[in-house]
Design a protein around this ligand. Structure first.
Ligand code: CA
Length: 225
C-alpha cells in the first residue's frame, strides 16, 4: 500500500512517516502544497494524508482540485483548524475523514486502516482469500490458520493483491504500489517475489495471467488453492 503524506511541520511529518512505515506502508512525504497537488494528480496512491495549512497552495484548494479532476483516492485530512465550520468545509471539499491536531498516532493509524479497508470494500481488518487469511492490522498472513513467516516486501504484495482480490492486478500497478516510482525495479523482480510466495503459501496461491497481471487465489472469485 502506497501513501502520500503531505505535512509541512517537519517533526509531525517524520513521526507520521515512521509510524506508517512501521505498519508496512510505502510512504512518500512532501511538505509543499503545489508539489502535493502534482503528485496526487499524476501518481497512484492508496491513500493521501493531507495537512491543510501548507506553503504555496492551501490543502483545501489542493483537495478540491483533485476532486474536480475526478481523482477518487481516499484522503485523510489533518488540521489544526478545529472549528466545526472548518471541518464541514474539509468534508465538503472531498475529505473522506478528518483528524484534528494534536492527535494520537494510534488514532491516525486506525483511521488510515479503516479508509484503505473501505476503499477496497472490506468491512473488517482481516481479508480471506482461498486458504489465506490476511490480517491488515497485525500485518500477518495465515494459511489454514497457520501463521506464515513473510518478509515485509512479501507481506506488502500479498496484502495488495488481497485488497484487490476481485480483479487481476497489472504488474506495472503492483510495482508502483510496492516500490513507489523507483524505476530500478522491473517485472522480473516482481516475478521473483511471486515465486518465493508460491513456495511459502502454495503453488496456486497467486495466479499469473500472462500479459495481464496477478491475482490472489480466492474461492469466491472462482479460483482456489
Ligand atoms: Ca501545516
Amino acid at each position: 500500500m502506497r501513501i502520500l503524506l503531505v505535512e509541512d511541520e517537519p517533526q509531525i511529518a517524520v513521526d507520521v512517516k515512521t509510524a506508517l512505515e512501521a505498519e508496512g506502508y510505502l510512504v512518500e512525504s512532501v511538505s509543499d502544497g503545489e508539489e502535493a497537488w502534482f503528485l496526487g494528480d499524476t501518481e497512484e496512491y492508496d491513500l493521501i494524508v493531507l495537512d491543510l495549512g501548507l506553503p504555496t497552495m492551501d490543502g483545501l484548494v489542493v483537495l478540491k482540485s483533485w476532486r474536480n479532476a475526478g481523482r477518487q483516492i481516499p484522503v485523510l485530512v489533518l488540521t489544526a483548524r478545529g472549528t466545526w465550520a472548518e471541518r464541514v468545509e474539509g468534508i465538503d471539499a472531498g475529505a473522506d475523514d478528518y483528524l484534528p491536531k494534536p492527535f494520537r498516532m494510534e488514532e491516525l493509524l486506525a483511521r488510515v486502516r479503516a479508509l484503505i479497508r473501505r476503499s477496497g470494500g472490506h468491512a473488517v481488518d482481516t481479508i480471506e482469500a482461498g486458504a489465506l487469511s490476511i490480517d491488515m492490522r497485525q500485518m500477518r498472513v495465515s494459511k489454514s490458520g497457520v501463521p506464515q513467516a513473510l518478509s515485509p516486501l512479501e507481506y506488502r504484495l500479498v496484502a495488495y493483491l488481497a485488497h484487490n482480490k476481485d480483479r487481476v492486478v497489472p504488474a506495472v500497478e503492483i510495482l508502483v504500489h510496492l516500490y513507489g516510482d523507483d524505476d530500478r525495479h522491473e517485472a522480473n523482480a516482481l516475478e521473483a517475489v511471486v515465486t518465493r510466495l508460491r513456495k511459502k503459501l502454495g503453488p496456486k496461491s497467486i495466479e499469473t495471467r500472462r500479459g495481464f497481471g496477478y491475482r490472489i487465489a480466492d474461492a469466491t472469485t472462482g479460483t482456489a488453492d
